[in-house]
Design a protein around this ligand. Structure first.
Ligand SMILES: [Zn+2]
Ligand SMILES: [Zn+2]
Length: 195
C-alpha cells in the first residue's frame, strides 16, 4: 500500500538529504523531523545511506524507481571506512546532513546537490549564496530538516546573502570535482583539512 501521494524521482546530482526534504514537503509535512516521526525513521547520517531505513522505505513504496544510485554507500572494508557519494569517496566525518544551513534559492527550485552534504561547505555553488542557519528577524535557529520553505514561522521572508563566485570558489571546485569524480583531489583536500 502506498502511504505517500508524491513520487519523487531523484535528480542526477541531487543529495539524498534533498530527496528526503522533497518527500517530506510534498507529502504535506512541515518538517523532516515530523515526517521521520510519522514513518519511524531515526534522524541521522544513516538516512543518507544505501540500505538505510529511508532508502528501504522509498524502494518499498516505489519499486518502479531505482533509488540505489541516489544514496551514499558505506565502504566498511576500506581504511578509514569512507563513504561513497556518487562515485567519490569521502571520510564519514565529512558528511553532514543535520547541521548544514539552507539556501533559499535551492528551496525555490526544490532540490540541492550532493556537495551540500559536505561539512566544509559554506556557500551554495549553484546560486552563489551563503547558507542561512537562523532567521535574521526572530533569530530562531533552523536546519534543513526543520526549515523547508523560504518563509520563517515568524512570517519573515528569508533570503540568503549573495556572494561572488570568488567567495564560493571552494564550493564551485568541490561541485566540479564530485561531478568529474576527481578522487585524488578529494584525497589531498581532506588530508589537508585533517591536519
Ligand atoms: Zn542554492
Ligand atoms: Zn523568523
Amino acid at each position: 500500500m502506498k502511504i505517500f501521494h508524491y513520487i519523487p524521482a531523484p535528480y542526477t546530482e541531487e543529495s539524498p538529504s534533498s530527496l528526503l526534504r522533497r518527500v517530506a514537503l510534498n507529502n504535506g509535512f512541515s518538517s523532516v523531523n515530523r515526517f521521520c516521526k510519522r514513518t519511524n525513521l531515526t534522524i541521522g547520517v544513516e538516512l543518507l545511506l544505501q540500505q538505510g531505513d529511508f532508502h528501504s522505505l522509498l524502494q518499498r513504496e516505489y519499486p518502479e524507481i531505482e533509488y540505489l544510485p541516489a544514496f551514499y554507500r558505506k565502504l566498511p572494508f576500506k581504511p578509514g571506512h569512507p563513504i561513497d557519494i556518487g562515485g567519490c569517496e569521502v571520510p564519514a566525518v565529512q558528511l553532514n546532513c543535520l547541521a548544514s544551513g539552507i539556501c533559499t534559492e535551492c528551496l525555490k527550485v526544490g532540490w540541492e546537490p550532493k556537495v551540500k552534504d559536505l561539512r566544509c561547505v559554506e556557500y551554495c555553488p549553484i546560486h552563489m549564496r551563503r547558507y542561512l542557519f537562523s532567521c535574521p528577524h526572530c533569530h530562531i535557529k533552523f536546519t534543513p530538516f526543520t526549515q523547508l520553505s523560504e518563509s520563517c514561522a515568524c512570517g519573515a521572508s528569508l533570503e540568503c546573502e549573495s556572494v561572488t563566485a570568488d567567495t564560493a570558489k571552494l564550493e564551485l571546485t568541490l561541485m566540479s570535482v564530485l561531478k568529474n569524480k576527481d578522487q585524488s583531489f578529494l584525497d589531498n583536500f581532506f588530508l589537508r583539512l585533517q591536519n
